[in-house]
Design a protein around this ligand. Structure first.
Ligand code: HEC
Ligand SMILES: [Cu+2]
Length: 393
């Protein structure tokens, strides 16, 4: 009941209002069930055939028509019960629609776009310089970081088919529809690590179109944001020495969720997902500058740059998730795999194995018309790519 995608353990006011509404419906329908069941049981027992003769007897004349008062009473009672459900339902719909007036002042805004099968998150008020000049909003993929205790308005868009945005413990589900601007809002009561999921069937890999939401204390959020706005980290032998003395990001103040908290899930990583996220912000141990540099070159040679942006480096593509700070994310392939060296290696080697139909493989790795491979990757080359991508903190 308290799993990572349970709606029963809520962590914010929007999910709480949805849960309360659900419970109102449960109480009303339970009441109906008990009353109807009791009357039925009473009638069954009271009017059952008590003898052989009873079984074949004609019903008495007065049993032919019901009692008008009882019938009108039942209609009135049903209407009353529906009204009891309708009032909080309408209130709930209005409440979940947009950030309450009182909180609009310090709310933040996010544009979330669904792609088959991953999520792009944009911070429209946080502009960053772009590879080809000009400025555009800061972009992340599949992991949305927000400040805790602050209302977040999410503008919902899609690039292709209908998706649906759902963070079970925080808010949802609202569809991301072509040519229609939907939105919702949510707030995380305290820092935490949350699981999100596309909730509208959207093709082959729909069931594994996931995402994560990380809510941070104000101070940590500001640090995270400052780091995200920097262009991609470039590793050289000298920079490694300098950074060993003064690391670029430090989340010393990061507060973990209370012990025994029900946030998070699967045993290995999720015993404390928040600590796992924190660990990911630090540089990998034993970084090898020349391997990372080889990876960077391969990232360009093997056409990865045509689909992925690495701001400040060669990548300028927008077909796939922004990878400028991939090393600092806890998951890859839209929340499906841990962002470990082993998993990232497996993903780069055969993305279609994990996500059948995905656009990195179909169109990137193989030509969709001829079905011919566009390039080959040796294990050594993949190791270099992994080292490069994991250096992007
Ligand atoms: C044709 C475009 C295309 C090419 C070429 C491409 N990718 Fe991708 N990549 C994608 C798409 C689309 C996704 C999202 C897949 C999904 O989750 O459904 C993705 C996902 C990823 C991810 C996971 C990102 C995340 O946030 O989950 C990594 C890492 C990645 N690609 C690395 C690479 C590397 C390395 C190469 C070059 C060997 C490459 N990609 C080539 C389109 C491409
Ligand atoms: Cu979807």
């Amino acid at each position: 009941m308290s799993g990572p995608q349970s709606t029963m353990v809520t962590a914010g006011p929007v999910a709480k209002s949805q849960w309360d509404l659900f419970m109102v419906t449960v109480y009303v329908t339970t009441f109906i069930f008990v009353v109807t069941g009791a009357v039925l049981a009473y009638a069954q027992i009271k009017f059952r055939a008590k003898s052989e003769a009873d079984e074949h007897a004609e019903p008495p004349a007065e049993a032919g028509h019901g009692n008008p008062l009882v019938e009108i009473g039942l209609i009135a009672g049903s209407v009353a019960l529906l009204v009891i459900i309708a009032i909080p339902t309408l209130q709930g719909i209005w409440y979940t629609y947009d950030v309450p007036e009182a909180e609009k002042g310090n709310a933040i805004e996010i544009n979330a776009t669904g792609y088959q099968w991953w999520f792009k998150f944009e911070y429209p008020n946080e502009m960053v310089p772009q590879p080809l000049g000009g400025e555009a909003p800061l972009v992340t993929g599949n992991e949305l970081v927000v400040p805790a205790g602050v209302a977040v308005r999410v503008n919902l868009r899609t690039i292709d088919v209908i998706h649906s945005f759902w963070i079970p413990k925080l808010a949802g589900k609202v569809d991301m529809m072509p040519n229609r601007a939907n939105h919702l809002w949510f707030k995380a009561d305290k820092p935490g690590y949350f699981y999100g999921q596309c909730a509208e069937y959207c093709g082959e890999s729909h069931a594994i179109m996931k995402f994560r939401v990380i809510a941070l204390g104000q101070e940590d959020y500001a640090k995270w944001l400052a780091n995200q706005k920097l262009p991609a980290r470039t590793v050289t032998a000298q920079s490694l020495q300098a950074e060993a003395a003064a690391p670029r990001v430090q989340f010393a103040s990061l507060k973990e969720t209370a012990p025994g908290s029900t946030l998070g899930s699967s045993p290995d990583f999720d015993a404390n997902p928040f600590a796992g996220w924190q660990a990911k912000q630090k540089h990998e141990a034993g970084e090898n500058a020349s391997l990372i540099d080889t990876g960077r070159k391969l990232f360009a040679e093997k056409t990865c740059i045509t689909c992925h942006t690495v701001r400040g480096h060669e990548g300028i593509g927008i077909t796939g998730p922004d990878l400028t700070h991939l090393g600092a994310r806890t998951s890859i392939a839209a929340g499906v795999l841990d962002n470990s060296a082993e998993r990232l290696h497996q993903w780069i080697k055969d993305p279609n194995y994990f996500k059948p139909g995905n656009k990195m493989y179909h169109g990137g790795y193989i030509d969709v018309n001829t079905k011919q491979a566009k390039f080959t990757l040796t294990d050594a080359e993949i190791d270099a790519l992994v080292a490069y991508l994991h250096s992007l903190k």
